[in-house]
Design a protein around this ligand. Sequence first.
Ligand code: BJW
Ligand code: ZN
Length: 269
Amino acid sequence: MASTSIPDFQQHLATSRSITVLSGAGTSAESGIPTFRGAGGLWRRWSAQDLATPQAWNRDPGLVWEFYDYRRQVMADKGPNPAHTALASLEQRWTDADRGFNLVTQNIDGLHAEAGSKNITRMHGSLWHIRCLDCGMVQHNRTVPITPAFEGAGDPDPNAHAKRFSAADLPSCNCGGTQRPHVVWFGEGLDPDILEAASLAAMNCSTFIVVGTSAVVYPAAGLVPLARSNGAIVVEVNLDSTPATQHCDFVFQGKAGEILPDLLAVDPV
Ligand code: BJW
Ligand code: ZN
């Protein structure tokens, strides 16, 4: 049975030589960004599981770009919340004390970096980067709409008149290749270097903090038992229990933006 004692967790945290955090969409929920599997996770009649796939892209790249362009519209004016800030502040205290800190995130919204987090491993890519399908070049891109053809598109209403996009409407690279969102879709392998960095961070930490993830998507979800079996104390912060809960030494149920600022207000000793 996991503990819910804040003082006991803080006593452990203060002596932790290395902390790794695994974050998910719930970390950004209080910034106003819908999670994948919660309310607001559908776009028109599709879930991420339907559109965040190579099959959806091959069937209709214009529809997939419209989905991502809509999410870029939603995220463009959103900022970090107290959960992001508490994690950035924890990193600062731990690195100032020459201790380890890794933030492994499944999120693609960029809000951890905006809050000041530095040592970030982005498992699923970035909404603000696009990649050429021909030459592979990755570009930072914050243009919304992604091309003029997407002006006024992206309406999430399932009854919205759906515009069909042609190949010429999609963003294209200087080499002439079509560009896609630089994110990892279901069924696509993660960058091996990124997966290795995430796995090492899980294996080599003394505290593993899992925050705001449903812990159902692999390989990210596998980091939780990996950290535990390598000796880390595992703590979960989430509104609900998840498949990760069984691997936890401490569990704090509630909103990350409300729990983390107090829970992590600890100096290294
Ligand atoms: C709050 C809160 C608040 C809310 N405070 N908490 C092993 C077993 C079974 C299947 C597989 C396996 N290995 C691989 C697979 C296949 C697949 C997979 O995992 N499928 C499962 C769903 C069954 N994985 C893959 O395909 C991966 N590739 C891979 O492994 O390649 C090799 C391979 C392929 C095929 C077979 C075998 C091997 C790639 C996964 C890529 C995931 N991509 C996405 C989309 C990214 C781009 C985009 O955003 O569009 O990543 S899917 C989506 O899910 C996104 C997220 O990062 C990811 C995780 O979601 P997350 O963050 O957990 O969000 P939610 O919504 O699920 O949960 C939110 C949580 O927050 C909830 O728990 C709430 O309670 C909580 N919450 N408010 C605190 N205020
Ligand atoms: Zn190119």
